[in-house]
Every structure is written in C-alpha cells, then in structure tokens.
Design a protein around this ligand. Structure first.
Ligand SMILES: [Zn+2]
Length: 454
C-alpha cells in the first residue's frame, strides 16, 4: 500500500498531491452552534445575580452568597445530565483554602463546580477543559457583604459554560470535555490554581484549557465604542514552563510565535470564525491583558496549553465597582449591561471549538522537519520535507500541512495529504509549517510545529 503511494507522489505534479478539501462547516457542529440560546443565557444570568454577592468569602445562606450560587449551577448541570444518556455528571469539588494573610483572611471551605462529559472511547484519555469563575467582587476585594452581581465578570463566562454543557452533553465525543466554574479568582486565582495542580498531580492528559472571563460586554467606557463583532484570545508566546531542551529548540527554530497556546489561539480563530458569523476573533500576543492574569495562568504555570477568551472592549465603570451613582455616572457590574447577542456569539465560539477538538483525532506524533543530508542536498535544499506519525487517539484519514510566511499571524496555505510525509516546493527558510490530523468527520486536531531532525 505504502510503496505505490510514494511512487504516485514522485510522479504526480505537486498540485495533484494537494487537492485541498475546502474546509466547510460540519452539519452536526453547525447545529450545536445554532442551539446557543439567548433566553437560556438570560435566565441563568437572572438567577445568578439574584444571589446578591458571590464573593468567595461570603457567608453560606440559603439564597445569598457564593455557596448558594454553586448549588444553583450544580442543580442546572444535574438537570442537563438527566437528558444526556448518562454522559454528563456533575459535582462540587470542595477543598479548604487556608488563610494567606492577603486576600483570604480565614480558612474557608471553598470549591469548584465541575461537570464532565466522559469521552465515548475508553482508550482516549484526552481532556478539554473550559472554565469561568463564579466568584465576584466590588471595589474593596475583601468586601464580602455588599451586593456584587458580577454579571459580566464573570457571570457572562458562567452562563456561557452552562449553556455549552447543556448543548454538548446531548452529543457523544471520543475525548472528555470538562466544564469548571471555579471560585476564588478575585482572591488570587485560587480555584483555578487548585484545579491546575490537581490536573498535574493526577496526570490528566489535558490537551487544551479555555478560560472565559468577561465575554458579555460590548461597550467601552471613555471612548464611546460599542462593538459586538470582535472577541480577544490571549495566548502566551514563550511558554511559562520550558525544559532546557524545549528552550533550545524554540531558539533554534525561532518558534517563539508557535507555542502550543498560540496554536490553540489560531485554532480558535479558524474554527470560531468558520461557525460563528459576524464575529472577528483577534489574537492578542500576550498571556493576558497588560500586567494582569486570569484563570488560564495557573494552567500555563503547570505547563498546560491554556488561553483566555475576553471581550474586545472593557468598561471599567462596571468592573470591580461598588453599586452606586457618583457624579452622574452609574457604577456596577449589573445584568442590564450585558449584550446577549454578543454573549451568544462568544458562547457559540466555545461550542464550535470544543466540539471540533473533541471530535478530531489527536495531534500527529513526532512531527519533524527533515534536515538529513539527503533532505538538504542541493536538489532538495529549497524544498521542505516534513514527516510525522499517526495520532495516538482516533484515526486520521489525512493531514493538513499548514504554511505561513514568518511575519504572518495566521496560517496562509493548507495542503492535504493522506500520507505521513510531504515534500513542499517552498523553502523552510522563508516559511513556518505545522501539521494537523484530520478525522473522518472532517474535524482537525490542533496544529503541531515541527522539530528539526537530522
Ligand atoms: Zn474575572
């Protein structure tokens, strides 16, 4: 089987090797995306803000405080579970957060609300994690008593994650999808840090983590901009955790713009824009906003691939503010400011990306750029020879080989092959390359930046 195919590759002109199937929307994923429902998002939001405050240190009360909100979201997840043919399960993962002399002034029992769609393939241990933070704050980060609706920060992320769980739990995926509503973000990324360390300690095969934090506001304060057509994806360039070998390869290949998190960001732009209309996804080349962090950061610190999705414009009258009117201006993160059409689109991006990732085979293994004497012989030197192995999970019916100029943000050219190598008449000096596995459903894996081999 293999030999005749190689023979074909030699004989056929280059263009015939790369009949690119145009990437179209999968009907199944498009249907899931269409199910994101504004009324649901509104209803969840109304309930969420009705708990008064969701401050991490707030007292347990039946209808007020973070624990009541955790119970509400757990109840919703369990409701979705009932319609999931046993695929979805949910629980609160409680733990004790010790007083730290900073933003936690006493030992508290806290926890993350977790829901899981177990993958259908028992041999596939991949996990895709999506998160939002359930806790809120006002002007004083230690104020646990005042009303703190946190509609946008991060009620928007929470209701989005709930709606994703509702929709995705109706379907079966070979890989596992985990939904996390974490506590303690405002007190120092505590719930996410706990979860990231747990994932590391338990050796999860956590392939990608998507943090949704503030995705429902479309109005910027100060500049009078209202724009619900752009969403930011923050991703680290140089990984926070690198072995000496990873660092050496990154420097040798100039791979500083091709970290796994940056590949995930490109994937989100590619797949998100494929399924969601009237939305431009903007890659921001930093881990988070200037000098700030979010719940993906503890995951990056544990060496996981993690990004943050965030609205394009922020309104600081509505962020971390006591509810008040001052000098004619209204302050506070109330639900009336949410742009639900924008929130719908941003939720839909997550649905499309998670469904695509969890339906696709895993990444191709050992993706390498051949620098052997034959590959760099004079007749081959201006070509690029890439090789790889089949993915560990799922079946690849083919592979996309991606190419872009070194100064381009996004992949510009895509070649399809059913082989596990390709020889391209483009110089490795002038372009960057990567390879994705493509499954039978047409869904593609994350892209892998090649390592040089001699
Ligand atoms: Zn936040």
């Amino acid at each position: 089987m293999k030999k005749p195919m190689l023979f074909l590759m030699v004989l056929l002109p280059f263009w015939a090797q790369s009949q690119v199937p145009t990437v179209t929307r999968s009907t199944e994923i498009a249907e899931m995306v269409d199910q994101v429902n504004v009324s649901n998002l509104k209803n969840y939001m109304e309930s969420l803000v009705s708990f008064g405050t969701r401050h991490t240190l707030s007292d347990d009360q039946p209808n007020r405080g973070i624990e009541a909100a955790r119970q509400y979201t757990l109840g919703l997840f369990r409701q979705f579970a009932e319609n999931s043919d046993g695929r979805l399960c949910a629980e609160i993962d409680y733990y004790t957060e010790k007083a730290d002399g900073r933003r936690v002034d006493r030992d508290i029992r806290t926890g993350n609300v977790m829901a899981t769609i177990k993958g259908s393939d028992p041999t596939d241990d991949r996990v895709f994690l999506v998160s939002a933070h359930i806790d809120t704050r006002v002007s004083d980060v230690m104020n646990r008593n005042s009303d703190s609706p946190g509609a946008n920060d991060d009620g928007s992320g929470v209701v989005a994650v709930l709606e994703m769980a509702r929709i995705l739990s109706q379907k079966s995926f070979s890989a596992t999808i985990v939904f996390a509503l974490v506590s303690g973000e405002e007190q120092g990324l505590l719930g996410a840090d706990y979860l990231a360390k747990k994932a590391k300690a338990e050796n999860w095969n956590l392939v990608a983590m998507l943090n949704n934090d503030m995705i429902g506001n479309s109005a910027s304060n100060g500049t009078e901009i209202r724009d619900n057509t752009r969403l930011r994806v923050f991703s680290e360039g140089i990984p926070m955790v690198e072995t000496e070998q990873m660092e050496a390869i990154r420097k040798a290949t100039n791979g500083e713009n091709d970290s796994k998190s940056r590949q995930l960001a490109r994937y989100i732009k590619d797949v998100g824009e494929r399924y969601v209309d009237q939305l431009e996804i903007k890659l921001v080349y930093r881990n988070d906003r200037f000098m700030r962090g979010g719940d993906h950061t503890p995951f990056s610190r544990q060496g996981f691939t993690a990004i943050r999705l965030c609205e394009y414009n922020e309104n600081y009258y509505q962020q971390h503010q006591d509810l008040r009117t001052e000098g004619g201006a209204k302050y506070g993160d109330v639900a009336t400011h949410i742009d639900y059409e924008y929130l719908r689109k941003n939720t839909a991006v997550n649905v499309a990306v998670l469904a695509n990732l969890a339906s696709a085979p895993s990444i191709p293994q050992n993706v390498s750029l051949d620098l052997s004497p034959k590959a760099v012989a004079i007749e081959n030197i201006n070509h690029t020879l890439l090789k790889w192995n089949a993915p560990e999970n799922g079946t690849a019916t083919g592979y996309y080989v991606l190419m872009r100029e070194t100064s381009a943000a996004m992949w510009e050219k895509k070649f399809y092959t059913s082989e596990r190598s390709i020889r391209l008449p483009y110089s490795k000096d002038n372009y960057f390359f990567a390879v994705q596995s493509v499954g039978e459903s047409g869904c593609e894996s994350l892209a892998v930046f090649p390592q040089p081999i001699r």
